[in-house]
Design a protein around this ligand. Structure first.
Ligand SMILES: C[S@@+](CC[C@H](N)C(=O)[O-])C[C@H]1O[C@@H](n2cnc3c(N)ncnc32)[C@H](O)[C@@H]1O
Length: 284
């Protein structure tokens, strides 16, 4: 872990890899392509192949599962509940903001990341002619408790408190141990309670004790923690534990979505056996 606990920029390069997964699978715009993302993607290809054969699913499988599932839950909130405000934290090169603002022009969609990545995203949005007062990228560090890049300040500056707010973190929370990320969850819950309704969506990776690839997941955790210089952690041992944790944190209702329940309805790849990833929907 970094010396300064709020400097987590060593994680940012992982957004290039996930960004390429979105591009390679037709979810992103060509302008979001990066040379480094393509390099990581192809460098990992042999491991992905072996993982797919041996474990019945690989990194790309669970990345696509989580991305499609989050897309689905955001669409549902917009179409069925009239949500018009979205904050996507740790956005990296996620194309979701572009796809959603195109499909739902009524949306205010704010993307947020550490300053360097937020700058890069802002330039990409401008190049893609997607930048507008309704769709922009701003600096936000989930560990800043004050100042312009704090969660509290971004929400106050960018959103209308009289309307519900949907907040997404994708590919972020498992880079931190539970105590560290829980401080952010508590602050997020407090912020959402100031809004006229709040929905939080996050991916999470439970370390299921009866999962046949329990040990493989621990190895993956070690590798990812080393390359990203972070404390990659599995926070929960079961879906029930995840739900209880968010409820104890003051969210209700809390639903833990398993991708396998969506195989018939969403265009996601399937795992052999129980998927590694879950999407948690925690409301206030
Ligand atoms: C694995 S990438 C995920 C990017 C994107 N959500 C996706 O799924 O393609 C992790 C992202 O977290 C961002 N990040 C790291 N530390 C952060 C922090 N303290 N606050 C906000 N974002 C952070 C990184 O810059 C990076 O863009």
């Amino acid at each position: 872990m970094n010396q300064d606990k709020t400097d987590t920029s060593s994680i940012s390069f992982t957004a290039l890899y996930t960004g390429h997964v979105w591009t390679a699978n037709g979810l992103s715009a060509p302008s979001f392509h990066t040379r480094m993302g393509s390099f990581y993607y192809h460098a990992l290809a042999p491991f992905e192949y072996v993982g797919g054969k041996l474990a019945g699913g690989n990194i790309r499988t669970f990345l696509l599962q989580r991305h499609h599932l989050i897309d689905h839950l955001v669409s549902r909130a917009i179409e069925e509940e009239g949500v018009t405000q979205v904050l996507e934290i740790a956005c990296g090169l996620s194309p979701r903001g572009c796809r959603f603002t195109e499909k739902y022009p009524q949306l205010k969609y704010v993307e947020a990341d550490l300053p360097e990545m937020a700058d890069r995203k802002q330039r990409l949005l401008a190049q893609a002619a997607a930048l507008s007062p309704q769709h922009l990228a701003v600096p936000l560090n989930v560990f800043s408790r004050e100042g312009n890049d704090s969660l509290e300040s971004v929400i106050a500056e960018c959103f209308d408190a009289d309307k519900p707010l949907l907040v997404i973190t994708e590919g972020l929370v498992n880079y931190f141990d539970l105590d560290t990320i829980n401080g952010f969850w508590e602050r997020l819950r407090a912020c959402l309670q100031q809004q006229a309704g709040g929905i939080y969506l996050t991916d999470n990776y439970p370390l299921l004790h009866d999962h046949p690839f329990h040990r493989t997941m621990k190895v993956l955790r070690g590798l990812l923690g080393t390359v990203s210089r972070s404390r990659v952690s599995f926070h929960f041992g079961s879906d029930a534990e995840a739900k209880q944790h968010f409820e104890a944190c003051g969210f209700a209702p809390v639903t833990v979505h398993n991708p396998k329940d969506y195989y018939a309805t969403l265009p996601m790849p399937q795992s052999r056996g129980n998927p590694f990833v879950r999407v948690i929907e925690a409301r206030v």
